[in-house]
Design a protein around this ligand. Structure first.
Ligand code: 5GP
Length: 197
């Protein structure tokens, strides 16, 4: 059976990165490593957090059809290299993409059976507090990310399931339950299709 493709989106500061890292600890799932042209932040590792590259190289990869999807965010390119995703799905491994909604919609066109999940913060105020507290972005960038968050919220209804990250552990538990149910039901569909009658 082919692997299932999961997509996780949600505005910057909702905790989706932490959630995805928690999920892959227990789920048998490959967390895709995106390419980006943004600069590496403290604590990030090239080839693990992202593959950091230049605008020229990124545009070359787009031209060569190497990107499954890509988007501009914060004046930088972000994208998912196609190769590793397709290989893993074909050999039965589930794959998780942590990407923003423009890219998610592109992926949905190519893989209509992708399972799309969206993470919301409990409030706009809390989102602002989390962004300010983590101290990664400048005031200006935080403003930009909050503005962007409002557009991202408007995309949430297009996703299969929306989660609210009020309490991280509870949210991860809920997502694990959802992934478990999805796998079980897809397995059942497979059984029905193979049933002799
Ligand atoms: P950050 O700069 O905070 O790491 O990421 C900014 C945004 O880009 C986040 O919403 C993140 O999910 C999104 N992102 C990361 N990788 C990709 C990707 O490969 N494609 C797309 N479309 N968005 C991505």
């Amino acid at each position: 059976m082919r692997g299932t493709l999961y997509i996780m989106s949600g505005p910057s500061g909702t905790g989706k990165g932490t959630i995805c890292r928690e999920l892959v600890k227990t789920e048998n799932m490959y967390l895709s490593v995106s390419s980006t042209t943004r600069e590496k932040r403290a604590g990030e590792t090239d080839g693990v957090t992202y593959n950091y590259t230049t605008d020229e190289h990124f545009e070359e990869m787009i031209k060569n059809g190497e990107m499954l999807e890509y988007a501009r965010y914060d004046s930088h390119y972000y994208g998912t290299p196609r190769k590793h995703i397709e290989e893993r799905l074909a050999n039965g491994t589930d794959v998780m993409l942590e990407i923003e909604p423009q890219g998610a919609m592109q992926v949905k066109k190519i893989y209509p059976d992708a399972v799309m999940m969206f993470i919301l913060p409990p409030s706009m105020w809390e989102l602002k507090r989390r962004l300010s507290e983590r101290g990664r972005e400048s005031e200006e960038q935080i403003k930009e990310r909050l503005k962007n968050a409002r557009w991202e919220f408007s995309q949430a209804p297009y996703y299969n399931r929306i989660f609210i990250n009020d309490d991280l552990h509870e949210c991860v538990r809920e997502i694990r339950r959802f992934i478990g149910e999805t796998a079980q039901k897809r397995g059942f569909v497979e059984e029905l299709l193979n049933e002799k009658y």
